[in-house]
Design a binder for this molecule. Structure first.
Ligand code: 1HE
Length: 262
């Protein structure tokens, strides 16, 4: 049964069993992110509804997100500017290093802070209409929602610098090819694909999903020796869980699915 509700400022929530679908809900402003929406995103991901095992994130209307709400720009002291950016960081950290995997469905503008938000998700699906840009250069500002950390890791510093310096816009096809999305979907098909992937994710052992979110990126950014050790610890923790033992017994008893050829 699907349950719908408001999940915070400019956020709409639909819940179907273990999958929650969170929609940025400000289509008249192309889902531009104002301060209360950033706070609501952080609050949602800091404490997702009980029993939710995967979240699909998308935008109402034709655009995922046009980035920072430029109408909110005002005179800020240096400290206020830092604090503003840190609020975005906290909100997107809650998403990236939260409790459940997040799949973003991208169509239309995935721009500025919208791309920073998408980059915090674990899986991105691009519909043909999606386009990726960092117009901060044209606006005279810098990324402030974690983009220089996350987007540069997705596509490399040279590509990100090019986007910011020249205003280069990547199409869905180009964006997927350089790593801005792992999947491409047909027009209007991204949401169904995301829910499908979310159901697969939700069927995994929760501890494995948690390890993928929490341990994998940290291991990838640590030294090799620390990485191998952290991996061994994580492997030991996951395999000692009763759920892992039960799943492996099921496979050996030929009661679990095989890995299917692509
Ligand atoms: C906005 C915003 C916004 C639209 N803040 N109001 N982001 C940008 O520089 C992107 C700016 N937006 C655009 O380039 C275009 O709006 C789009 C390509 C996204 C969509 O174009 P279109 O033709 O579908 O819509 P529109 O007519 O431009 O916009 C519809 C309304 O949304 C309009 O307001 P209206 O009152 O005239 O109807 C726009 O002003 C409004 N709107 N985008 C405020 N971003 C943590 S740091 C992050 C730094 C950044 O994100 S910088 C990048 C900011």
């Amino acid at each position: 049964m699907t349950r719908k509700s408001r999940a915070g400022h400019n956020l709409h929530l639909e819940r179907d069993g273990t999958v929650a679908t969170l929609r940025l809900d400000r289509p008249v402003k192309r889902n531009a992110l104002d301060d209360p929406t950033i706070a609501a995103i952080g609050e949602f991901f800091a404490a997702p509804p009980e029993g939710v095992a995967a979240v699909v994130l998308h935008g109402a209307g034709d655009h995922f997100c046009a980035g920072l709400d430029l109408a909110e720009m005002r005179e800020r002291t240096a400290v206020e500017g830092v604090e503003h950016s840190r609020r975005w960081h906290r909100a997107f950290q809650a998403l990236e290093f939260g409790q459940v995997p997040v799949i973003a469905v991208l169509r239309g503008a995935v721009v500025g802070g919208g791309l920073e938000l998408a980059a915090a998700a674990h899986i991105r699906i691009a519909e043909p209409s999606a386009f990726f840009a960092l117009p901060e250069g044209q606006r005279g500002i810098f990324v402030g929602g974690g983009g220089s950390v996350r987007i540069s890791r997705l596509i490399g510093v040279p590509r990100m610098a090019d986007m910011m310096l020249t205003g280069r816009v990547y199409s869905a096809e180009e964006g997927a090819a350089i790593g801005l999305a792992q999947y491409r979907a047909g027009a209007g098909e991204g949401l169904a694909m995301a829910v499908d992937l979310a159901r697969k994710i939700a069927a995994n052992a929760p501890l494995t999903n948690y390890a993928v979110i929490q341990a994998l990126p940290r291991i990838a950014e640590s030294g090799r020796d620390e990485g191998f050790f952290a991996e061994a610890l994580m492997a030991a923790v996951t395999q000692s869980a009763p759920e892992a033992k039960a799943r492996i017994r099921q496979f050996l008893a030929k009661r679990a699915g095989k890995v299917a050829k692509p």
